[in-house]
Ligand binder design. Sequence first.
Ligand SMILES: [Zn+2]
Length: 83
Amino acid sequence: MIETAKLDGRRNYKVIDGRLCELVSFTNTCSGCCELSDGHNIYGYPYDEKAGCIIGSGCEECGYTGKRRQTYWIPILFKKVRS
Ligand SMILES: [Zn+2]
């Protein structure tokens, strides 16, 4: 059973497998057109400070922007209270 609940106006929540998850979205480097060597930008791709990621050379996958908007459902981990 999947329920969608709006706990506040800004964030999206959904219960997946009995766990409350939050929709998190961010802009990330397009893996289709940006080649990194062990995470190092050896080919000198431009860095987009606003998006916080490296911009690839552009391909069909990302619509030639070099970056992609990604969204994930992340389970919210509740802190355990220890006495
Ligand atoms: Zn791309």
